[in-house]
Design a binder for this molecule. Structure first.
Ligand SMILES: Cc1cc2nc3c(=O)[nH]c(=O)nc-3n(C[C@H](O)[C@H](O)[C@H](O)COP(=O)(O)OP(=O)(O)OC[C@H]3O[C@@H](n4cnc5c(N)ncnc54)[C@H](O)[C@@H]3O)c2cc1C
Length: 384
């Protein structure tokens, strides 16, 4: 039982930490304020191999694993969550379903471009009518000869409208099962397909340098071969995708929680009040101790969920607990960090203000806190 990082993992962590500190930190605030997607930073992340971290080299990946991705996400989110969510969604929602459920041909066609970061993938599950109840999907895909014809819409889809978005995978109803329930499948739509409308980007509270759009489909036609995974397995496949994605969001949340500690400890040394650094006050020290405790416990929770996943053991409840705990910790740490910074914590030029704005979505995206509690309760045998 050892939670210390191996040499390879530590080397990756340190490389991403340096990149986040030297490249992302000085530039990202301006992109955030302009609500602009940081293409050059994302391109650099691509050249570093971050988008290919958990994929085999034969598909253009780095030959690492999902935990390596999580370590990179934690280090990025210590500094900025917009770039971290761009990587998270690009890998875990965009490319991973192709790797897990795609045919050999689909993997060879899409993964090298997605792994290089030259192209971004998106995954559209949520619809304007609801996200938590994913089985209530209304978007349809009807087979017409050798083509799927897709109609409907998706809401809040990350990475779906950038200049480098190449692939949008969506869940759609492809028929009814013998028991009368919806048959849900997953279909790949290349960006630019006629009938696909990408709305202007949302005005958001946070993640302002990341891309989030509403999509609509009006008789969008793609080849029958664009079905991803077995017909009717779309629901099961995206549940697997989300289980893994929750570990990644837990890593991202841990990074934000830790970033709040880093910034607040620095500020507690620098800022003086009543003739002393504010960090000499026990009230501030106790806040910082509790913040570090939350970041540390969040990290252990996602390490545990990731190691179970990599060992091929059940990890659904552990992923839900890691996501729930770390996202709520991120929100609490962001609130406390802002408090420690006083009025400056409310000024956008201070990283903790960005962290505060970026933290709330962590309790919502890839399954709300209520959904995580439902999953944990079900794992204890309580009825659905
Ligand atoms: C910035 C951003 C990026 C996103 N990126 C993506 C993406 O890339 N792809 C994608 O598919 N989606 C994405 N989402 C959507 C996100 O996953 C959903 O917003 C989330 O799953 C919640 O769905 P909803 O917004 O429809 O809320 P709803 O499902 O309408 O829920 C509303 C409230 O009711 C609660 N609730 C619902 N059912 C129950 C219940 N049975 N018991 C108790 N409480 C319940 C919820 O917890 C929540 O508090 C993104 C969202 C945002 C804001």
């Amino acid at each position: 039982m050892d939670h210390r990082l191996s040499e390879e993992y530590e080397s990756l962590r340190a490389t991403v930490e340096e990149f986040a500190h030297d490249v992302v930190a000085p530039k990202i605030g301006a992109f955030y304020e302009r609500e602009e997607f940081p293409y050059e930073i994302v391109a650099q992340m691509g050249r570093m191999g971050l988008f290919g971290l958990p994929f085999p080299e034969e598909y253009g990946g780095m030959g690492g694993d999902y935990f390596a991705l999580c370590l990179a996400l934690e280090e990025l989110a210590r500094v900025d969550s917009s770039v971290a969510i761009t990587l998270e969604a690009g890998v875990s929602l965009g490319a991973m379903p192709v790797y897990r459920f795609g045919t050999e041909e689909q993997k060879r066609e899409w993964l090298p471009k997605l792994c290089s970061g030259e192209m971004l993938g998106a995954f559209g599950l949520t619809e304007p009518g609801g996200g938590s109840d994913a089985g209530a999907t209304r978007t349809t895909a009807v087979l017409d000869g050798e083509e799927w014809v897709i109609n409907g819409s998706k809401a809040f889809i990350t990475n779906s409208g950038t200049d480098i978005t190449g692939l949008i995978t969506v869940t759609a109803v492809t028929g009814l099962k013998p028991d009368g329930r919806k048959e849900i499948s997953t279909v790949m739509i290349p960006a630019g397909t006629p009938g696909l409308t990408v709305a202007p980007k949302y005005s958001k509270v946070g993640w302002n340098a990341s891309d989030t759009r509403e999509l609509s489909f009006a008789d969008v036609r793609v080849p029958a071969a664009n079905l991803l995974g077995e017909r009717g397995r779309g629901y099961a496949n995206f549940l697997r995708t989300l289980d893994e994605g929750r570990i990644a969001i837990a890593a991202l949340s841990t990074g934000l929680a830790q970033g709040c500690v880093d910034e607040s400890v620095k500020y507690a040394h620098e800022r003086t009040a009543f003739g002393h650094p504010i960090g000499t006050n026990q009230a501030i020290q106790f806040k910082l101790a509790d913040m570090r405790l939350r970041a540390h416990t969040s990290r252990l929770a996602y390490y545990d969920a990731a190691s179970r996943m990599l060992l091929g053991e059940p990890f659904k409840a552990e992923a839900a607990m890691a996501k729930l705990y770390s996202s709520e910790s991120a929100v609490t740490n962001a609130r406390e960090a802002t408090q420690i910074h006083g009025g400056y914590g409310f000024m956008n030029e201070f990283p903790v203000a960005r962290m505060w704005r970026d933290s709330k979505i962590l309790e919502i995206g890839e399954g709300t806190s209520e959904v995580q509690r439902m999953l944990i309760a079900r794992d204890m045998g309580l009825p659905a």
